[in-house]
Design a protein around this ligand. Structure first.
Ligand code: HEM
Length: 459
């Protein structure tokens, strides 16, 4: 990068504007990592067989109903040129709808039935019927994504609202557990309700995430403009929104809403792909929490670094996200170091404290997920369907998945806490002094005084 451009990019005001512009352009109408409109209910005629087949899955998929492979091989024996020719004419929302249907058919085909037969776990190549493989590959290529189920297509686009049709406008704060339903459900009652509540909990997390992102971008803007009071207020609102997101997670995923035994046996097994995708030799994972945009956005903006396996998975998970979302995350990653530097340079204890509260809220989300997730795993895996985590953190032959999960998550919680400006073990005193194991460091002399009007600072 040439020197002039580097100076420009290092200018906090320019960075704040770039973040705002990317937020508006890349996160669409909903202002978050969700579709801009309610996902479509329908598709052009050529694609009707896919929507129809998704509707028939509950009759074939549960073990004891015959499985879906033979049936789908018969229905989609031919890679129909009419379908192939219609793909380039699809709009973005139609592509998302078709991608969800193909991912649902592909993943149910991969396992044939739930709970899956033990032999399915050893399969490395999945002989998809040509009428599914052909359009799925073509569509995945046009979306710039690997041909596999992802958090985007299997969770975040697979929902509808009870009070309006597909394609309607909505605001993320309108989405609740009462009005969001799963669009394509492949299980029979009562397991279908557990699948629905599990899958829509990802949608509801990103719905609360949209508020998080709004305050995050406001905070970046206030910092970039060195508007101290606005920055303090935005970080405080960000902190509140992050806590609300964690509460949404814990109230939507609990024993009473998603039964752990049903989840392990009937819900979870469909999500991992855990076999080669299109690229020979490359084992694809499947949808995973590590593909959730809001958590990734927070990591980038707050400067949570680290080399833990969860951090690496998040990085790898970008491949499975829509291109505009990846662009926004890249923009935030560039802004992260500047955001931290601005908070430090402000020498404002109040601002640093608000920043650290946000780090604390992110660590707390992770600790909640760690505790809740552990309730859904079982060390004795005999007779259960689930034997691989979607992100492949927990291997098929792991004999202590609970310990593996807890240790893996603990490493990321540690990395999150380490990103605080005042580290764990230190305390901030009433005059901004920091007390730690090595004694007390006074607050910097220029620490800001009580507010009078909009406070600002120079670096
Ligand atoms: C209910 C049972 C759950 C279990 C056992 C579980 C397990 C896991 C595992 C093993 C990972 C590591 C990546 C992988 O291998 O897939 C992970 C990551 C993650 N999961 Fe879950 N998960 C559960 C539910 C959820 C739900 C419902 C959400 C969100 C609505 C979620 C959000 C996340 C996030 C954000 C990550 C990335 C971790 C991080 O950044 O710290 N998980 N989960």
């Amino acid at each position: 990068m040439d020197r002039r451009l580097r100076c420009l990019v290092a200018n906090p005001l320019v960075i704040a504007r770039i973040v705002r512009a990317s937020y508006e352009a890349d996160l669409g109408e909903a202002g978050g990592f969700l579709p801009g409109r309610v996902p479509l209910d329908d598709l052009p005629t050529a694609f009707q067989p896919y929507l129809w087949a998704c509707g028939q899955l509950p009759a074939h998929y549960p073990a004891g109903s015959g499985g879906v492979r033979t049936w789908l091989e018969g229905e989609f024996a031919r890679d129909d040129p009419a379908v192939r020719n219609a793909i380039p004419r699809l709009g973005d929302a139609e592509r998302d709808r078709l991608m969800t249907a193909l991912a649902v058919l592909g993943h149910t085909f991969r396992w044939d039935c739930v709970p899956p037969a033990p032999g399915r776990f050893q399969e490395q190549r999945i002989p998809l019927p040509p009428g599914i493989a052909g359009p799925w590959s073509a569509l995945a290529r046009s979306c710039g994504q690997p041909r596999v189920g992802t958090t985007w297509n299997l969770h975040l686009c697979n929902w509808r609202m009870t009070d309006r049709p597909g394609g309607a406008a909505y605001r993320p704060e309108e989405l609740t557990a009462d009005n969001v339903r799963l669009a394509d459900n492949w299980l029979l009652p009562p397991a279908d309700g557990h699948l629905e509540r599990f899958s829509t909990s990802f949608v509801l997390l990103e719905a609360r995430g949209a508020t998080v992102l709004r305050h995050l971008v406001d905070a970046v803007e206030a910092l970039g403009c060195r508007r101290l009071d606005d920055a303090v207020a935005s970080l405080e609102q960000l902190h509140g929104a992050m806590k609300a997101m964690t509460i949404a997670f814990s109230s939507n995923v609990r024993r009473a809403t998603v039964d752990p035994a049903t989840w392990l046996e009937l819900v979870q097994p469909t999500f991992p792909w855990s076999a080669e995708g299109e690229e020979p030799g490359r084992v694809e994972a499947g949808p995973s929490g590590s593909q959730l945009g809001t958590i990734q956005a927070l990591d980038s903006a707050l400067g949570v670094a680290g080399g833990s396996s969860v951090a690496q998975q998040a990085e790898a998970g970008r491949r499975y996200m829509p291109l505009p979302h990846r662009r926004f995350l890249r923009t935030l990653a560039g802004a992260g170091p500047v955001i931290r530097a601005l908070v430090r340079q402000s020498r404002c204890e109040e601002l640093a404290e608000r920043f650290d509260n946000c780090i604390g809220a992110l660590a707390s989300f992770r600790a909640t997920h760690q505790a809740r997730g552990a309730q859904y795993l079982r060390n004795d895996q005999t007779g259960t369907g689930a034997r691989a985590s979607t992100g492949l953190t927990i291997a098929v032959d792991d004999d202590d998945p609970i310990a593996t999960f807890k240790t893996t998550m603990a490493a990321r919680i540690g990395e999150t806490e380490a990103a605080a400006l005042v580290s764990v073990g230190q305390r901030r005193g009433p005059r901004g002094e920091v007390t730690g194991p090595e004694g007390t460091v006074p607050a910097p002399p220029e620490a800001c005084s009580r507010p009078r009007g909009q406070r600002s600072w120079r670096c």
